[in-house]
Write a new protein. Structure first.
Length: 153
C-alpha cells in the first residue's frame, strides 16, 4: 500500500466559528480552513446572567463547526483582565457543551480594527446600511478568525 494512503499529511477541511466575547454582545463569524477567509455572521445577546445559550446552540447546530475560536482580550502590557477571565469561561463552557475543539486567540484591538474596516466600507459605498454595534462585534469576530488563520499558517 502506498505510504500516502497510510498517513495523509493534508489536514481535512473544517468549518470554523469564531466568537468575540463581550459584556453585552458576542460577535460571531464563520470561515473555513480551505479558503482561509472569514465573514461576519451576527451578534448574540449577552448579560451578567450569561449568553443566550439557545442562540449559541442554534449556531452550532446549523453550522456544525469542526473548530471554534474565541477571542481572548489582553491589556496593552500582555496582562489579563476580568474580560479575559470571562472569555476563558465562555470558551470552557462551549467546549464542555460540545465535542468541538476550542482555540483562544489574542483579540486586542479587534473591535477598533472592525470599526475602521466598516467605516471604510461605508465611505467607499460598498456598505449601504448603517453600522450597528452588532455589526462591529461580528466584524471583530471575523478579524479574530483571520488572526487565527494567520497564526496557524
Amino acid at each position: 500500500m502506498p505510504r500516502a494512503a497510510l498517513h495523509d499529511p493534508t489536514p481535512r477541511p473544517r468549518l470554523v466559528l469564531a466568537f468575540d466575547y463581550g459584556k453585552r454582545r458576542i460577535g460571531v463569524a464563520c470561515g473555513d480552513t480551505v479558503s482561509r477567509t472569514a465573514r461576519p455572521l451576527k451578534g448574540i445577546a449577552n448579560s451578567p446572567a450569561g449568553p443566550r445559550w439557545n442562540d449559541v446552540e442554534e449556531l452550532l447546530r446549523d453550522w456544525q463547526p469542526g473548530l471554534i475560536v474565541v477571542g481572548l482580550p489582553y491589556n496593552v502590557d500582555d496582562s489579563e483582565n476580568a474580560m479575559s477571565t470571562a472569555a476563558r469561561g465562555f470558551a470552557r463552557a462551549i467546549e464542555a457543551r460540545h465535542a468541538v475543539p476550542v482555540h483562544l486567540v489574542d483579540e486586542r484591538y479587534s473591535s477598533l480594527d472592525a470599526q475602521s474596516r466598516l467605516r471604510a466600507e461605508r465611505e467607499s459605498g460598498s456598505r449601504k446600511r448603517r453600522v450597528g454595534k452588532a455589526d462591529i462585534d461580528a466584524a471583530a469576530a471575523c478579524i479574530i478568525l483571520e488572526r487565527w488563520f494567520i497564526e496557524t499558517h
